[in-house]
Ligand binder design. Structure first.
Ligand SMILES: *Cc1c(COP(=O)(O)O)cnc(C)c1O
Length: 345
């Protein structure tokens, strides 16, 4: 029997577990758009509480959380400060320009992490020549920073620098729980230093659809207006919220397994001739490595891996990304390493 496809492209590749599906089918539901879905309400209250925020709203995706947050915090022509590797710059289809109409200033952080001095340096004196700096965005963990974790202290310093400069602050917490589990710092500790924050249900948590955006009550009221405008208001979304609640109960602590698997993957890759880790510090579930030494471009490497049953992502001329998650085991990591070893030219 051929082995099942091992998909390390992203932690979005998980499929709901049987227990999650059962929780979804048992969900009590109502019209979410009218505030009548009790399961969605429970999920939103729970996430708001976990993040130390007043209120929350369920959205179809993390991308919509970011886009709505930018539009609520900013006016067209305003400037958003974030790391140059950030998802809002590189992976949201130009949404910040098309939807909120904002400028993005990408800071040259290390592993996706910049300093308070970088923020202060980017906040220029008021001038009618310059876009008005309005918002600071931080990604925890940093995706293109290799799953790196912002230390709480650094986070507090950059948000303080932003506030001093009159900026609002927003946390892209697509993988916040990976940081929580790896660092032992609470989700609330990370998130309450921000004016708005969200978590994705579809990354490490293993849910099928959705993300929850949290913030002050008046911020969420405005977020709801945009959710409605963009067509993100739903109906019996309790089926999705039930998956999220199940994930919060059962899929947070286990992220430690994904982190151990990512470290094992990186250790194995480091042994392979021609493969060079982009960073040997593997803090969570993301591993980037360079395949130029093996005679491959990233795209050719990923294509070759796919024909042998392994999914990975090409993120640069010779940079490949693999992410561990709920649907890949420690054995799968070993099989993935065997496949990669067999790709040597
Ligand atoms: C995946 C991701 C998003 C977008 O989330 P979706 O639910 O896929 O739209 C935003 N930011 C980061 C850092 C991500 O990794």
């Amino acid at each position: 029997m051929p082995d099942a496809f091992l998909d390390f492209f992203s932690d979005t590749k998980t499929r709901p577990t049987p227990a999650m599906r059962a929780a979804m089918m048992a969900a009590e539901v109502g019209d979410e758009q009218k505030g009548e879905d009790p399961t969605v309400t429970r999920l939103c209250e729970r996430v708001a509480d976990m993040l130390g925020q007043e209120d929350a709203v369920l959205l179809p995706s993390g991308t919509m959380c970011n886009q709505i947050a930018l539009a609520v915090h900013c006016r067209p022509g305003d400037e958003v400060i974030c790391d140059q590797s950030s998802h809002i710059i590189n992976s949201e289809g130009g949404g910040p320009a098309a939807l909120a109409g904002v400028m993005l200033r990408g800071l040259p952080g290390k592993r996706g992490i910049f300093s308070a001095a970088d923020v202060t340096g980017a906040i220029q004196p008021e001038s009618r020549y310059r876009p008005r700096p309005r918002l600071l965005c931080v990604e925890q963990t940093s995706n293109f920073g290799g799953g790196s974790i912002w230390p709480l202290e650094t986070m507090r310093q950059v948000t303080a620098a932003a506030r001093t400069g009159g900026l609002a602050t927003h946390l892209d917490g697509a993988r916040l729980f990976n940081a929580v589990v790896a660092s032992g710092v609470g989700a609330r500790d990370y998130a309450e230093t921000f004016d708005s924050a969200w978590v994705d249900l579809t990354k490490g948590l293993g849910g099928p659809v959705g993300a929850v955006l949290a913030g002050p009550r008046d911020f969420i009221r405005e977020a709801w207006r945009l959710k409605q405008r963009l067509g993100g208001a739903m109906r019996q979304a309790g089926f999705l919220a039930a998956a999220g609640l199940h994930a919060l109960d059962h899929h947070v602590a286990r992220l430690a397994e994904d982190h151990a698997n990512a470290r094992a993957l990186a250790a194995g890759l480091a042994q392979l001739p021609g493969i060079r880790l982009a960073d040997d510090r593997i803090e969570t579930n993301i591993v980037f490595f360079d395949v130029a030494g093996a005679g491959y471009s990233a795209v050719d490497f990923v294509t070759a891996a796919k024909t042998k049953g392994l999914g990975a992502g090409a993120f640069g001329p010779s940079l490949v990304r693999m992410i561990t998650h709920l649907d890949v085991s420690a054995d799968d990591v070993q099989r993935a390493l065997e496949i990669i070893a067999s790709l040597r030219k």
